[in-house]
Ligand binder design. Structure first.
Ligand code: FAD
Length: 404
């Protein structure tokens, strides 16, 4: 629904119609609230998102949330690939860490879904919901909140009022800054290059992560003999890899996996993402909350970003629902404090834990190489650690962890 209501008072205004903003909007659908989502990009970019190279790895908990929202059923199931096993290799050493879903009662560690199909399903659900309006091609320029309410000013000068404002406006969130919320930012000076390839041999639904010296190479198994190759290189080498001719690029990738998949052929565009991590020091202010990457923008190596975003918005919508049932104010400190307390600790752990893994496994110092060999050997030979991680990978109620 693109028409803006004449009445400019809402219960909730969401800034950003990315995956986090739209999933939160979908979570509010059954609460009988008047919700407005403001998105600065074009209508077609959110209603018919194009492939962006990302194959989003979803945890069981994320699946549960998407099912609850009625979004999962809108995703073409033939495009969902099961991730049954994951192997982590370290440089030229023989250290290896292996996670598998085989011994547990469930069928997969996680599920790989093309990101644009998740965005499409979220938009379909949100745009067909009563009480929910989406406006595109306009950005939120300023935001103000007080104990009695909040208001945003759009790029065309319109002013919208609400009880609660939720920013889901990306890791580079301007709204977060305008609300005076500090964040820590880590520029990894690396670029992730992604493309789809077909290959001769079966991947057996096993994901591979090779922390080679100088670069990192990952393989995400898709349906058929097709995979997503994810190469992470220092920024100054990115152009060379992006412009490399297909044959050479595929040879490089195939050799990076020791030829285990045979010859590779590029079958998709090459996409690139500069890697910057962001962590907001708090997730709330007066009548204001941060969700998605605006709260915590993860390094993608552990595939937590959207999973954490989904979890956060789910917590916030539950707190709002609780307040509504008790006849309380949905933008109160109580609601926002509950959301923050439940989301911030796990997010902090994931964010700094992931950054720790990244700095250890992408540091080619002799000392770091020795430490990572020890870490992998210890983790692989100490079953409780592996089973704990696999449990995290597969269980729906605990945290959401996929190694990459
Ligand atoms: C290469 C890569 C691979 C990834 N793989 C995984 C994975 O496997 N699993 C996983 O869980 N996560 C993964 N992620 C992370 C995941 O993609 C992000 O966490 C997720 O896309 C963030 O969604 P978001 O809605 O918070 O932000 P965004 O997608 O950045 O959306 C923000 C939206 O806000 C809009 N906006 C910004 N400012 C304004 C404004 N002032 N007014 C109005 N609108 C505004 C923008 O136009 C945009 O549409 C990956 C990320 C990358 C880069």
């Amino acid at each position: 629904m693109q028409e803006m209501n004449a009445d400019k008072n809402y219960d909730v205004i969401i800034v950003g119609a990315g995956p986090a903003g739209l999933s939160f909007a979908c979570s509010l659908v059954d609460l009988n609230l008047k919700v407005m989502v403001v998105e600065r990009s074009t209508l077609s970019s959110i209603s018919s998102p194009k492939p962006d190279g990302k194959e989003t790895a979803l945890t069981h908990n994320s699946l549960k949330i998407l099912r609850k929202l009625g979004v999962w059923d809108l995703i073409d199931e033939t495009k969902v690939s099961l991730l049954r096993e994951a192997k982590v290799f370290d440089g030229d050493s023989d250290s290896l860490l292996n996670f598998t879903a085989k011994k547990s009662s469930i069928d997969a560690l996680g599920y790989l879904v093309p990101n644009h199909l998740i965005r499409l399903a979220l938009y379909e659900k949100a745009s067909h919901s009563d009480n929910l309006s989406i406006i595109s091609d306009l950005s939120v320029e300023s935001v103000e909140t007080s104990y009695s309410g909040g208001k945003v000013t759009l790029s065309d000068g319109q002013i919208l009022n609400s009880k609660l404002i939720v920013a889901a406006d990306s890791r580079f969130s301007e709204i977060r800054r305008k609300m005076g919320i500090e964040s820590t930012m880590k520029d990894f000076s690396k670029v992730m290059i992604i493309t789809r390839v077909s290959h001769e041999k079966d991947h057996n639904q096993i994901a591979l992560e090779c922390f080679n010296y100088g670069h990192t190479l990952a393989l995400l198994p898709l349906n058929g003999n097709i995979s997503s190759v994810v190469l992470t290189v220092p920024t100054d080498e990115a152009d060379q890899m992006l412009n490399m001719d297909q044959e050479k690029f595929c040879k490089f990738a195939s050799e990076g996996f020791n030829g285990s998949l045979g010859e590779m052929k590029q079958i998709g565009e090459r996409f690139s993402y500069p890697l910057v991590g962001v962590y907001a020091k708090k997730f709330r202010s007066t009548r204001f909350a941060l969700i998605g990457d605006a709260a915590v923008g993860m390094h993608p190596v552990t595939a937590h970003g959207f999973n954490l975003g989904l979890r956060g918005q789910d917590i916030l919508s539950k707190s709002i629902s609780k307040a509504l049932n008790a006849g309380k104010d949905i933008g109160s400190v109580e609601v926002l404090r509950e959301f923050e307390n439940k989301q911030i600790h796990l997010s902090r752990l994931m964010y700094f834990g992931t950054n720790g893994v990244v700095s250890l496994f992408t540091n080619d110092d002799e000392k770091a190489k020795q430490i990572r060999k020890l870490v992998l050997k210890f983790a692989d030979r100490f079953p409780p650690i592996k089973s704990l991680i696999t449990k995290h990978l597969t269980e729906s109620k605990k945290s959401n962890l996929i190694p990459f």
